[in-house]
Write a protein that binds this ligand. Structure first.
Ligand SMILES: [Zn+2]
Length: 253
C-alpha cells in the first residue's frame, strides 16, 4: 500500500496511542508509558529499522513522548482529515522537521526517497519527525481515512488500515470482530423471532440458519453502537463531500 517506512511509522504511531489507559476489546488496560521503564520497553519493542533505541529513554523524553501520544490520538479520532483546522494538528508535528533525499533500497532495487530530518536527535523529536512525515504523506494521498479507532464495542484501540480494499475495521487486541458478528447475529435472531411470531414454519426455519457470507459482510459494515452510528454517518458525509470536491476538481481540470 505505502512504502515500508511509512507503514512502519504509522503502525508505531498507533502502537504509541495504544499505550494509554483505556478500553481494548472490552478490557481495561493501564497506561504502560507511566515511567522511564515503560518508555524503554515501548522503544525496545519497535521494529529495529525505526532506529528508536531504548537507551534514549529518560524522564524528560518520557514527558515529550506522552505529549506526542496525545497529539496523535487527537489526529486519529478526527480522521479522515478534511478540514484546515484538522490539518494544523499535523502541521504542528511537522514544525521544524526538514527533508533530505537519500538513496535507499526497496524490494532489492535502488530507489531515491525523502527522509525526514528531526528538529534534534532527542528521541521524542526523532519519533515526531518519522510519524509526522508519514502522516503528511497520508494527507497528500487523501488516505487519512485509514487512521481509525476500532469499530468494536467497548474498544478505543487505534488502528491503521493498510489493506488494499480499506477493510480493516477491528483491532487485533481481542475478539472485537467476532463480538460484533455475534451481537449482530443475535440481534437479527431476536428481530426474526419477534417479527415472525405469527408466521409459518419457513420463517422459523430461516431464523435458525447461520448467517450467509453476504449477511456477515453486511454486518461488518454496520456500526454496532450509537456513537459508532454517529461516527459512521459523519465519516460517510465527509467522504461524500470529498468525492464531490474531487469531481468538481476533475471537471475544472
Ligand atoms: Zn477492538
Amino acid at each position: 500500500m505505502f512504502n515500508a517506512e511509512i507503514s512502519r511509522a504509522l503502525i508505531a504511531a498507533a502502537d504509541l496511542i495504544n499505550t494509554a489507559e483505556g478500553l481494548k476489546s472490552a478490557k481495561h488496560t493501564p497506561d504502560t508509558l507511566n515511567g522511564v521503564d515503560g518508555l524503554k520497553t515501548f522503544l525496545g519493542e519497535r521494529e529495529p529499522e525505526l532506529e528508536w533505541p531504548s537507551s534514549a529513554a529518560n524522564r524528560k523524553q518520557l514527558e515529550k513522548v506522552r505529549d506526542l501520544r496525545s497529539s496523535l490520538r487527537d489526529i486519529w479520532t478526527s480522521a479522515p482529515i478534511t478540514e484546515p483546522q484538522e490539518l494544523e494538528k499535523v502541521n504542528e508535528l511537522l514544525q521544524g522537521v526538514g527533508t533530505r533525499l537519500v538513496r535507499g533500497e526497496e524490494d532489492g532495487e535502488s530507489v531515491f526517497r525523502e527522509e525526514p530530518i528531526p528538529v534534534s536527535s532527542q528521541i521524542s523529536d526523532v519519533m515526531t519527525a518519522t510519524i509526522a512525515a508519514a502522516l503528511a504523506h497520508l494527507v497528500v494521498a487523501e488516505e487519512t481515512g485509514r487512521l481509525r479507532i476500532c469499530r468494536g464495542d467497548d474498544c478505543e484501540t487505534a488502528i491503521v488500515d493498510l489493506t488494499r480494499n480499506r477493510s480493516k475495521l477491528f483491532c487485533d487486541f481481542g475478539n472485537c470482530a467476532n463480538r460484533a458478528h455475534v451481537r449482530a447475529y443475535r440481534a437479527r435472531q431476536a428481530a426474526l423471532k419477534n417479527g415472525g411470531a405469527s408466521s409459518n414454519g419457513r420463517t422459523a426455519a430461516r431464523s435458525l440458519s447461520k448467517p450467509s457470507a453476504a449477511e456477515k459482510a453486511e454486518e461488518l459494515s454496520r456500526p454496532t453502537s450509537a456513537s459508532a452510528v454517529a461516527a459512521k454517518e459523519f465519516r460517510d458525509r465527509m467522504r461524500n463531500e470529498l468525492m464531490q470536491k474531487r469531481s468538481k476538481k476533475a471537471k475544472k481540470g
